[in-house]
Design a protein around this ligand. Structure first.
Ligand code: G3P
Ligand code: MG
Length: 244
């Protein structure tokens, strides 16, 4: 199945300009001219896929506590905008459904990062991808499904076998090539601060596109593109678009 890979991907929406992983952030990315956004998905205590990065709501909302212990209704009562700025007061933690619908409306390509709470690796991928497959129009380029959790990627192969997978790497493990062989990703999504020209060349030898996160300085993006990096994730994608 085809998927879209522009050179700049809005990170958590456009986390430098609007509260991360919110509908306002996704809208902001589209306004800035970005063609693809990344957001993180985990499950609430009652099993609803929502768009949020951390295991707790503390950093990004006005509430406290672990996402896995909260019902969807409880999470929806929290404000996910106010910590970023008063003008975003009233933003909510989006459901996956809402985020998908908005991306369709805005004609954005997407990267869904499966970000499971510990112990929910397979379940999070299964629930989120079952939902996404029900909602995402078949005629649109398929979402890129990424995760650091190998078990989530394995589940993605089962639930959405024809959707491309992104193998997310933080510190490259010795067996990364085995993981590539086993999980058959379509992209390698690597932390640019951990990589060197040599390691990027290693990744490129696989023939897979290399994506780098999170790149917020235009000169660094230019260097990475020069090393053959296909796309970068950025909190300030507008600044990177200028050099892409
Ligand atoms: O998917 C790229 C990037 O989002 C991975 O790191 O922690 O921002 O989800 P993180
Ligand atoms: Mg992410």
């Amino acid at each position: 199945m085809s998927f879209s890979l522009p050179k700049v991907i809005g990170h958590r929406g456009a986390a430098g300009h609007a509260p991360e992983n919110t509908l306002a952030g996704i809208r902001k990315s589209a306004e800035l001219g970005v063609r693809m956004v990344e957001f993180d998905v985990k499950l609430t205590g009652d099993g609803v896929p929502v768009v949020i990065h951390d295991d707790t709501v503390d950093r990004t909302t006005d509430g406290t506590g672990p996402v896995r212990d909260m019902t969807f209704d409880r999470i929806r009562s929290l404000d996910a905008g106010i910590r970023f700025g008063r003008e975003f007061e009233g933003e909510r933690v989006p459901s996956l459904d809402e985020a998908l619908r908005l991306c369709v409306e805005l004609d954005l390509a997407i990267n869904i990062e499966i970000k499971p709470c510990p112990g929910r690796e397979a379940e999070t991928a299964e629930v989120a991808l079952t939902r996404a497959r029900a909602l995402w129009p078949a005629e649109r380029p398929a979402p890129l499904i990424s995760s650091f959790a190998l078990e989530s990627l394995r589940q993605a192969m089962e639930t959405a076998p024809d959707w491309p997978r992104g193998y997310l790497i933080w510190e490259r493990p010795d067996d990364w090539r085995d993981n590539v062989a086993r999980l058959r990703p379509a992209t390698l999504n690597v932390c640019h601060e951990k990589e060197t020209p040599r390691t990027i060349a290693d990744y490129r030898e696989t023939g897979l596109p290399v994506l780098a996160y999170t790149v917020n300085e235009a000169p660094r993006a230019r260097t990475l593109y020069g090393l053959g990096v296909a796309a970068v994730f950025s909190d300030r994608p507008d600044e990177i678009l200028a050099v892409a």
